[in-house]
Ligand binder design. Structure first.
Ligand code: GLC
Length: 384
């Protein structure tokens, strides 16, 4: 049997991490929704993302990064940078070879490390590069050195840039600042209507880590209960502590709940595979990130599910949510402001008005639609 050549351009999506966090889930969703490109996902380590991609029959290749590179954090110092440099040189060479072998037409990079090593590998292999930036490239979460290496790399290597929000784009410098802004797909599976016969349930979705603001949500929930939220209302916290540094925070949240005597009101669900089932049980979805969220996929997912959302008034969610029309916005880090919005959603008519408008707005983030926009951006470098 002979098979013809693959007619679709082969687009590599590269991320160094296999943890199922925001940008990695984005890669999976876009790979699933793509029609005009053949996606090949390249991951720097084996892990949950790799299994998820393969379960969806997406061509996936692991090109391991040296441990010295993989485990380098935003705050690692110069000595570890030197060690990482040797590891990076090796990773770059092996990735360049892999890209050539896989007949990749365009390389897209999706994580800070990938913006550096995968972009260099692509240039070495003579392949066009698009940097798709998912995180703000300035700020306290990046050390000074890492921030400047990242911003410089983003400026010199890629042929084109995409940013997930205007906020993300505004953190870039030079050429990268001309990035096209394309949002993320809202891919939620089958979510049932919010149940009418169950107590009011707030849901919070995402990695359990301090900047996601679960502690603020718990505090706000306690304030709202004291101020007249139905007594049987509940807060469901969905998500796991994905990285070691988050375990202490997860433990502190449980202590906070116990100290408030709310063990029967706040439920920790941990990391779940079936997000749609969790979403189905919630009437209101809360997003409370303390630092401006670059995009915030959970917000558009909740909107697509027709839920009333309350989001932190900053970054991506503030670009997406029209306050009091398609959702509610509350000042980040302010439990009182969040409690006030929670109290507003106790009214079923308000929830249904916000949820209906949210669902209509979320049409813009349908996976096929976003994939089409991205295909246009990614493939634009081939025409140059
Ligand atoms: C990163 C950002 C998040 C965004 C995701 C997909 O994880 O922190 O806000 O939703 O990338 O672009």
């Amino acid at each position: 049997m002979t098979t013809g050549p693959d007619p679709l351009p082969r687009i590599a999506l590269v991320t160094h991490s296999a943890a199922p966090s925001g940008a990695e889930l984005f890669v999976l969703r876009v790979a699933r929704a793509a029609h005009r490109m053949h996606p090949v996902v390249i991951v720097g380590e084996d892990g949950p993302l790799v299994a998820m991609l393969r379960a969806h029959d997406i061509e996936t290749v692991v090109v391991p990064l040296a441990t010295s590179v993989r485990n380098r954090t935003a705050r690692s110092g110069l000595r570890s940078a030197m060690r990482a440099a040797t590891g990076t040189t090796r990773a770059v060479r092996s990735l360049a070879k892999t890209l050539t072998g896989l007949r990749i037409d365009v390389v897209t990079t999706h994580s800070a490390k990938a913006h550096v090593y995968a972009a260099v590998a692509a240039r070495l292999a003579g392949i066009a590069v698009v940097a798709h930036v998912h995180d703000v490239a300035t700020g306290e979460h990046l050390s000074r050195m890492n921030g400047s290496v990242l911003r410089t790399a983003l400026n010199v290597a890629p042929h084109h840039h995409v940013a997930n929000s205007a906020l993300t784009r505004s953190s870039l410098t030079g050429r990268a600042r001309r990035a096209a802004v394309v949002g993320c797909p809202a891919d939620i599976g089958v979510v049932r209507h919010a149940p009418d016969d169950t107590p009011l349930e707030f849901g919070m979705f995402g990695r359990v880590t301090s900047w996601k603001g679960q502690a603020i949500a718990i505090e706000a929930f306690a304030l709202a209960l004291a101020d007249g939220l139905p007594e049987d209302a509940r807060l469901r916290i969905v998500g796991g502590a994905l990285f070691d540094e988050d375990a202490a925070y997860a433990a502190a949240l449980r202590e906070q709940v116990a100290a408030l005597g709310m063990q029967d009101r706040v439920v920790f669900r941990g990391h779940v595979a079936d997000v749609a089932a969790e979403l189905s049980a919630c009437h209101v979805v809360v997003h409370a990130s303390l630092r401006p969220e670059p995009f915030g996929q959970v917000v558009v997912e909740a909107m697509a599910a027709g839920r009333a959302v309350i989001a932190a008034d900053a970054g991506g969610p503030a670009e997406v949510v029209d306050h009091d029309r398609t959702g509610l916005l509350a000042s980040p880090g302010d439990p009182r402001a969040l409690a006030d919005m929670m109290l507003r959603t106790a009214d079923p008519d308000t929830r249904s008005r916000l949820g209906t408008a949210a669902r209509a707005e979320a049409e813009r983030y349908r996976p096929e639609r976003i994939a089409e926009e991205l295909e246009r951006e990614y493939l634009s470098v081939l025409a140059r």
